[in-house]
Design a binder for this molecule. Structure first.
Ligand code: ASP
Ligand code: MG
Length: 427
């Protein structure tokens, strides 16, 4: 029996209609005799909402709990719209809400990132509770499994490092158990979450459900993975911003990885390695037009990569010099990168001269502050925020001048194939 892994992102399960739609896609695959494992993300913008709830709660607990109440009410409404008998699902949503509130009332001194993982990971659990309740009401055979039992990680909060052997073992054992019971049932689980050494929630990095799907596919030796999105596949630019964007029908793993690393919101960069190393193809398809072919990503070389444009928002530029005016030597650079690694700074581009190194990083205040403090003694750093990182692959003159417009690049980096600019964000 052909095993496929389907990943449904937040946009595909944002409301009752969305959950009904993905159920049609699943039923259709089952009718074709496919065995399925389904990975589901939190609904819509729930993860952003949970991040906001956590940050609000830390400043003003009452306001944080009100925001949590609103999020729970939103999910209760989806249950009411979706289910003839919503009571059990509502109870489940309310117990998750209670668990989040308990997590927030944490003993002082718990690491922010550890608390983040206990709170923000609950979004995926709310989503799978709704999907499972609907599949139960529709007699769609499935087992809802806890992703923390399937994907094992070390406790690197917010960026769990997957322990591959225990993960593969857990996936194989769970898959065998589940399909022994009922060969036609669907394995349903959460994306974005792994289980730490004591079974605690460890998240895999924002947009990490793609990575979850790839790991599950590799562990279960699936035929392929389908990532169901609100666009028709992978384009050479954001089709919501550039109407003339071209859809790729085929991409190699490396091309897809390059686009994802430069910030194309097609798949999480970590998705590629598990699939490339097991030769499992990845399809990016539209959940609105599931019959359309989408983009197939495998180890066939892309014929000729048409010019591609990727714009990565929410960037900051750190201009670093030595305090005493000395030129930047290897020790300085080693210290800078050591501190970047320790503060978990995400460096997306860099430019280095004798007296200065410029780092373009994710504009995540929490990590930038840690980095600035660590270097304050020996380095002076100018920080510019609200920037974007623009990457052009096989740049064409028209694409370049249009995308920059009158903006002067703050950092440029190019070779014969790729040009990269950091500039003020346009909106
Ligand atoms: N819900 C998580 C996020 O928004 C994971 C995902 O969507 O892949 O980052
Ligand atoms: Mg999400």
């Amino acid at each position: 029996m052909k095993l496929r892994v389907f990943k449904f992102g937040g946009a595909s399960v944002r409301d009752a209609e969305g959950i009904r739609n993905i159920t049609k896609i699943v039923r259709n695959a089952l009718q074709q005799g496919t065995r399925l494992a389904c990975v589901v993300s939190a609904t819509g913008k729930t993860t952003n909402a949970l991040e906001h709830i956590l940050k609000t709660w830390l400043k003003a607990p009452e306001a944080g709990l009100r925001a949590l109440q609103e999020l729970a009410a939103h999910h209760v409404q989806i249950a009411r719209d979706l289910l003839k008998d919503p009571a059990p699902a509502i109870r489940e949503i309310e117990s998750i809400q209670e668990r989040i509130a308990q997590g927030l009332a944490h003993p002082s001194g718990v690491l922010f990132d550890a608390l983040y993982d206990q709170v923000v990971s609950e979004g995926e659990r709310m989503a799978t509770a709704l999907v499972s309740a609907y599949w139960q009401s529709e007699a769609l055979p499935h087992s809802l499994l806890d992703a923390r039992q399937l994907i094992r990680t070390n406790p690197t909060w917010r960026e769990g490092e997957v322990l591959w052997e225990p993960t593969r073992e857990a996936l194989r054992a769970s898959g065998a158990r589940l399909w022994e019971q009922n060969p036609g049932q669907v394995l349903l689980t959460q994306g974005f979450i792994g289980g730490g050494p004591h079974g605690e929630s460890v998240t895999l990095g924002r947009e990490g459900s793609d990575y979850s799907a790839a790991l599950i596919a590799a562990g279960l030796e699936a035929e392929d993975v389908v990532i169901w999105k609100d666009v028709a596949g992978v384009y050479n630019a954001d089709p919501k911003v550039h109407p003339g964007a071209v859809l790729f029908s085929r991409l190699s793993y490396d091309d897809a990885l390059e686009l994802a690393c430069y910030g194309a919101t097609i798949i999480h960069p970590k998705t590629i390695f598990p699939l490339k190393s097991s030769g499992i193809p990845l399809l990016v398809k539209s959940f609105q037009y599931p019959e359309a072919p989408g983009t197939r990503i495998d180890n066939n070389r892309t014929l000729a990569l048409v010019p591609a444009l990727i714009q990565k928002p929410r960037q900051a530029l750190l201009q670093i010099r030595t305090k005493n005016g000395e030129f930047l030597n290897e020790n300085h650079l080693a210290t800078i990168f050591q501190c970047a690694r320790q503060s978990r700074l995400k460096v997306n581009a860099l430019h280095h001269t004798a007296l200065e190194i410029n780092l373009c990083v994710e504009d995540d205040l929490h990590h930038i502050d840690e980095f600035l403090k660590a270097l304050a003694m020996d380095f002076s750093i100018t920080t510019r925020r609200k920037l974007e990182l623009i990457t052009l692959i096989h740049p064409s003159p028209t694409l370049t001048e249009n995308v920059l417009g009158s903006r002067k690049p703050l950092l440029e980096q190019s070779n014969h194939r790729v040009m990269r600019f950091v500039a003020e964000a346009v909106n």
